[in-house]
Design a protein around this ligand. Structure first.
Ligand code: 13P
Length: 341
């Protein structure tokens, strides 16, 4: 198959009605934080057990079309010796890989950060592809404060994300581009909207400059909300209107799907906000999810590292995926949270 056909096939597998992506690609420091919260030490074996549990969830593929894995997971196997990417494929779930090498300070630009990982990326992608990865993810972060993100941070990060996307497509790997405007701070929803609009404009200009094919790209943005420390939360209809308004201004219709991150929203908030967007008029792109915490939190809480809790954890993950599947169709109702099965 040529590269273009390969990209197209992966897009069709990832973008399906009623389904979204599960982000299970926490880096070692991040998974250690998540495990700490449930009293589990983050060893390689515990991470293998937990991520096997996720992928062994019966019928997870009903609502999950793709899973983003961390490099270590790509090489791990279940108890019976099945490689985890292979297990994903058997579930009808496309395996993907986080390829950025994490963020750090943007030199001489106080408060801004930049994501690294371009060096050797083409070679790493070849190896990941052999291990089964068909798509990739790269995350940039933008801090909102009185002075950030600077123009420089917006432009430099857009350039990195576009170069990553081009390298992926040349290799037949679908890139997910993730510009995350962080929720930290006490800023208004209008401030978040203004920053997000600039970030997305710069990103799509850069993608164009780098010849990235939008039809073979997925966008993973943050939703437009007030800062976490802002005194009042915005209701789902407001988050939905603000988010879709900015996306319509900045994201070309050629892009097939927008898969949001949850970014610190509770599982219920993330589902309700996505649902509200899918209750608006039809948009040129699919509006879906690529949640990490908002899908996994209830499962982690149910598991707590106990073998006897595996089925309860899988049930919690399946339920959250199912509710987000409903939100994909605009059919979620908060009452469903307590409805059980
Ligand atoms: P959250 O949904 O927890 O924000 O994670 C998504 C993700 O992949 C961050 O890079």
């Amino acid at each position: 198959m040529n590269t273009q056909d390969q990209l197209q096939e992966t897009i069709e597998l990832l973008v399906q009605k009623g389904k979204g992506i599960l982000a299970a690609d926490e880096s070692d420091p991040t998974i250690a934080k998540r495990f700490d919260a449930i009293g589990v030490t983050s060893t390689e074996e515990h991470r293998r057990i937990y991520r096997s549990l996720i992928l062994e969830t019966p019928r997870l593929g009903d609502f999950i079309s793709g899973i983003i894995l961390f490099e270590e997971t790509l090489g791990q196997r279940t108890g019976d010796g099945t490689a985890l990417p292979e297990l994903a494929t058997r579930q009808g779930i496309v395996p993907g890989i986080k390829v950025d090498k994490s963020k750090g300070p943007l030199a001489l630009s106080p408060g801004d950060e930049i994501t690294q990982g371009l060096d050797g990326l083409a070679q790493r992608l070849e190896a990941y592809q052999i291990q089964g990865a068909r798509f990739a993810k790269w995350r940039n972060v933008y801090h909102i404060s009185d002075t950030t993100p600077s123009r420089l941070a917006i432009d430099a990060n857009a350039e990195m994300l576009a170069r990553y996307a081009a390298i992926c497509q040349a290799q037949g790997i679908v890139p997910i581009v993730e510009p995350e405007v962080l929720m930290d701070g006490d800023h208004t929803i209008e401030h978040c909207a203004a920053v997000s609009e600039q970030v997305l404009h710069a990103l799509f200009h850069a993608l164009h400059r780098h010849h990235v094919i939008l039809e073979h790209t997925l966008l993973k943005p943050s939703m437009i909300t007030p800062g976490k420390s802002y005194p009042q939360k915005a209701v789902p209809t407001v988050v939905a209107e603000q988010t879709v308004r900015i996306l319509r201004r900045t994201v070309p219709a050629a892009l097939p799907s927008i898969n949001f991150l949850s970014g610190g929203q509770t599982p219920e908030e993330a589902t309700a906000n996505l649902n509200a967007m899918n209750c608006l008029a039809p948009q040129p792109w699919e509006l879906s999810f690529s949640y990490g915490r908002a899908l996994q939190q209830p499962a982690l809480q149910a598991w707590r590292g106990e073998p006897g809790n595996v089925m309860a954890a899988q049930a919690a993950l399946y339920r959250r995926a199912e509710l987000n599947g409903a939100a994909r169709r605009g059919e979620y109702r908060p009452e469903m949270e307590s409805a059980g099965g």
